[in-house]
Structures are given as C-alpha cells and as structure tokens.
Design a protein around this ligand. Structure first.
Ligand code: FE2
Length: 423
C-alpha cells in the first residue's frame, strides 16, 4: 500500500507513506511506487496514528437502562446500579455488547483500548467474556485488560482472590480503587499490596485513584511512593485523580513533582469527570477534572480516556476520542494552539505510552496502523470531530466513511460545502 499526499500531525504536507508486510517502510515526499502496489490518494487530509483509549469499561458498556437508569447521576449510584446488574449478566450478552462497541471503535479509528474489567464476581463472568473478546478482536484492535476490584479489593469479600485468579487467566494489568476501601488506611494498604503484587508478577498497574471531590483523598501520593520504591517507573498509571481538582495548591505543588519523579502516568476522563464530580456542590460547582495543564507542564505523561459509553455512569458517547479530546480541552481551558495539540496527543501518542504499545507511530518500522481524518491538522480534527475517511490496520483498510459534505440549494452560494477551512 502507498498513501499519497497526506498531511501529518507535525505539520508536514505532501507526504507519502509506503507500507510493506504490515509495517511502515518509508515516509517522505514523492516516494517511488513499487510495482503492483495499491495507491491511495489522501487528498492532503490529516493522516494520524490511530486513537488510543487509555481508560474504558468494556464490561459495562452499552448496558444503559439495565435494569434502570442512574437517577442521581452520581458515581456512587452508578456503582450501586452496576451491583444490581452484575448478577443478571450473561456471558453472551457481555460478549455481544463488547463486540458491538469494538465495531464502533474501529469505525472511529480507535484501535487500542485499555479496559478495566470488574473482578468482584466469584464467577469471573466478565473476565472470561473480555478475554474471549480480546482474542476475537486482536487482528484489528489491541485490547488490554485491567483486573479492577470495583467494590474494593479489601472491602469486598473474595475480591483479592478473584483479582489473582483474573491475573492467572491472563488479564494484563493490576487495578485498584483505594478511595472506595472502608478507610483511608485501608486504601493505603490496598495500594501497597497491589503494587507489590504487580512487581512480583512483572505487570503494570492502573488504579482508579482518588475519583472523589474530597481534597483529602491523597492515594496518588502513596501510588507514586510505591511505584518508585518497587522500581515500577513508567509502568504505573493513576486514573481519574479528580481529588487533585479540589486540593490545596500548596500541597499539589509538592505532589506533582513526586508523580513526575515516580514516572506515574495520569489519565483524566473529561466526559465522565465533568458529569460525575461536583454533584454535591451548590454554586459554584467544581469541574472535578484533574490538573491536566499543570501535570503536563511538570513533564507527567497525561492521557484522556472515554471511561464510559451508555452504561450505569454515562448515557451518551460513541467511541469518538475526538469528542473526549474536545471536552478535555474545554474543561481544562487548554485553548492555545499548542495546548489544543496536546489534547490531540492525549488521545493518541500519550495514551499509547500509557498502554506501552509497541510500534506505535508514523515512522518507518512502526506498525502500519493509521487513520485518515477529514481535517487539515489536529486542531481542526478536534473542532470538527473529523470524519474518519479511512482506517488502516497492519496495512489493510478495515473501515471507510464518506467525506462529510452538504449539498446546498442557496442562490449565489457554492453547491457543496464542507466544514474545513483552507488556509
Ligand atoms: Fe473508570
């Protein structure tokens, strides 16, 4: 395959990209076309590496309304609602919903997802279902699974044993939820034990950490401490970190360098944080999202996750990581040109770093996975939630969408309009 005349996220235009054996063989202007190669004209549109979702729940997705909807809109009612649904789940329904979501993901150019899977169920039904799905989708989507003790690994009877069983069966990452344990001390203990388990097994860690409006929820400090103590730098992720939104800024000025020193990745989930947090506030209402620009400025790797789509916590969404980036941009007020580009990175390269994806990018030698967007640059892609004209995996086209245009019937105006702006 030879892609002709693409624009790259770094601003280079008129670029060709040659694919051989599922990898990118060459990138540059006016490449010679080997005999018999399939040429695709990119039309000057933006060619980007695929979207990556650093934080999702594929076991709960598309279950909205089962058995009822979340009336208060809070995190805690969502957890209670999921608890009601869990005993009624079937493996077939879990697999069917997860596969349906993966179809949406592929069509949106989202080719890698880190999904938490609830292990607080002695049957491990969701674990079995998502291990099956991981294998089914492997040819077109990298699915990474996190053993997530939704009800607290110490608080929920049997959760520790179930988490270990899930890892034994091949779940990739150790999860946790320290702010949901019975006490702050138990939260600290859970972080310590889970990090030690990950170190013993050579696995990464990704915890739901401090998903709370309580400024005293400080488990990320403990997470950073154990990441450093156990030599897990670069393999530990703190997801949500919403309490940091409400913390005292003096304390945060000490905390962020500790996160940076420990090589802990941060994942914000803008759509979910802005809807679940601040629910107990009068006005002014807190936004709840963690301090994204400050973390980035300190050199912390920050990614955005979708977290939820049509489930007990969130009734909207469609696997569109550009919608996630747009919400992150607005909530964090990251409106400079450079900051908007960082929001694009948060759903592409930064998220790939969280997952530790091999061969991610558009350089020679990388996997030939990419998406052609109907936009001229990353900022325009976010502004338009740009159409995914073409999605390629391993050098093979796996999804196509027609360009978004409208046919106008207005006197004295052009017949066709698209929403991009030529400069
Ligand atoms: Fe989550």
């Amino acid at each position: 395959m030879l892609i002709r005349n693409a624009t790259l996220p770094d601003g280079r235009t008129g670029i060709d990209l040659l694919v051989a054996d599922g990898r990118i063989a060459a990138v540059g202007p006016a490449l010679a076309a080997p005999e018999g190669v399939d040429c695709i004209d990119a039309g000057g549109w933006l060619l980007a590496p695929p979207f990556v979702d650093a934080h999702f729940h594929l076991d709960a997705t598309l279950s909205h309304g089962l058995p009822r909807v979340n009336a208060s809109g809070t995190l805690l009612e969502g957890i209670a609602l999921w608890g009601e649904l869990k005993p009624r789940l079937t493996q077939e329904a879990l697999v069917e919903r997860a596969l349906a979501y993966c179809d949406w993901a592929v069509a949106r150019g989202l080719l890698a997802i880190r999904s938490h899977v609830d292990v607080c169920d002695d049957r491990l039904l969701a674990v079995e279902a998502l291990l099956h799905v991981r294998q089914r989708v492997a040819p077109y989507l990298d699915l990474q699974l996190v053993a997530f003790p939704q009800d607290g690994v110490l608080r929920s009877p049997g959760a520790w044993a179930n988490l270990v069983r899930a890892l034994d069966r091949g779940v990739d990452v150790v999860g946790g939820i320290p702010h949901f344990e019975r006490t702050a001390e138990q939260g600290v203990e859970s972080v310590k034990r889970l990090c030690e388990l990950a170190a013993e097994r050579g696995l990464p860690v990704d915890m739901h950490c401090d998903e709370s409006d309580d400024p005293m929820s400080r488990h990320v400090e403990t997470l950073a401490f154990h990441a450093q103590r156990l030599g897990l730098q670069g393999r530990v992720t703190g997801s949500h970190l919403t309490s940091m939104h409400s913390m005292d800024s003096y304390y945060v000025s000490k905390l962020i360098p500790l996160i940076r020193e420990a090589g802990v990745h941060a994942v914000a989930n803008p759509l979910i944080n802005i809807t679940l947090q601040g629910r107990h506030d009068g006005y002014p209402k807190r936004r709840g999202m963690t301090r994204v620009p400050e973390l980035l400025a300190a050199g912390v790797n920050v990614a955005f996750g979708h977290d939820c789509v049509m489930d007990p916590w969130y009734s909207l969404g469609s696997a569109d990581m550009l919608e996630v980036a747009a919400m992150g941009l607005h909530v964090a007020q990251m409106t400079s040109q450079q900051a908007m580009r960082l929001c694009f990175d948060a759903v592409t390269v930064n998220a790939a770093r969280v997952l530790g994806l091999e061969g991610y990018g558009l350089e020679p030698g990388c996997r030939a996975d990419f998406v052609l967007l109907q936009a001229r640059d990353p900022v325009e892609a976010i502004r338009l939630r740009a159409q995914r004209l073409l999605v390629v995996r391993g050098g093979r086209v796996i999804s196509r969408m027609p360009a978004a245009t409208a046919a106008l019937e207005l006197p004295g105006r052009p017949a066709a309009v698209d929403f991009t702006r030529q400069r």
